[in-house]
Design a protein around this ligand. Structure first.
Ligand SMILES: N[C@@H](CCC(=O)N[C@@H](CS)C(=O)NCC(=O)O)C(=O)O
Length: 212
């Protein structure tokens, strides 16, 4: 597998950490997100979305970070982190879909306003953050309810669901997410941050972010 990525982006960090958790061997093609490598013609020919990450395995190309992780886990027989049991797998797939359709778009607002804009020398828009807060709180409550019952999202053990759902909030000290009321989510975040695969893929030093 060959991964096209820039380690500073949410969905690329997700795949890097997930590949490490799976124990998947892979090659890399380093891209420059802010330099617009994902908009160049050669890349666009393979991924018309002009987004990262993308994975190529032989003559098969795959975009969508969660699909890439599912493929890698199955290819490398990583049933521990992507179990084959019908209901556990459906549950993990459900959290993957929830992440890309609801959780990521909401957390991304905080990433853009409180991280990307300041890095580019711009001011966060308080009105945009205020408008997003009710939706973010609703979603954080859903996750908190799940994590009140069990240590990891899909049960007693870490799975791909944990890596996927953690990714959109990976820069939470700078994103300034309103997570204070969600104690189960905060306990789980600390667990994920303790995983070697998570520590190894921390983009904060590359971006030049210092602990607030
Ligand atoms: N749902 C896609 C989202 C991919 C995506 O939007 N990636 C961002 C980086 S995290 C990107 O490349 N955006 C293109 C842009 O900002 O121009 C996935 O999970 O792979």
């Amino acid at each position: 597998m060959k991964l096209y990525y820039d380690p500073i982006t949410v969905n690329c960090r997700k795949v890097l950490a997930g590949f490490d958790l799976i124990g998947a061997p892979y090659e890399t093609v380093k891209m420059d997100y802010f330099g617009g490598d994902h908009k160049k013609p050669d890349y666009t020919a393979l991924n018309g979305n002009q987004s990262m990450p993308m994975m190529i395995d032989g003559d098969f190309s795959l975009w969508e970070s969660n699909a890439i992780l599912q493929y890698a886990a199955d290819k490398h027989g990583a049933a521990g982190v992507y179990p084959k049991d019908l209901q556990t797998r459906a549950d993990i797939n459900r959290w993957h879909l929830w992440e890309s359709s609801a959780w990521f778009p909401s957390a991304y607002v905080y990433l853009v306003e409180n991280v990307v804009k300041p890095v580019l020398g711009q001011q966060p828009d308080a009105k945009v953050l205020e408008a997003q807060a009710p939706n973010f709180n609703k979603l954080a409550g859903v996750l908190d309810q799940r994590l009140a019952k069990q240590p990891w999202i899909a049960g007693q053990n870490v799975t791909l669901a944990d890596i996927v759902v953690m990714a959109p909030i990976h820069l939470h000290p700078w994103q300034k997410l309103p997570l204070e009321p969600y104690k189960h989510v905060r306990r789980w975040m600390a667990q994920v941050e303790d995983l070697p695969c998570w520590k190894k893929t921390d983009p904060a030093p590359i971006i030049g972010l210092k602990k607030p």
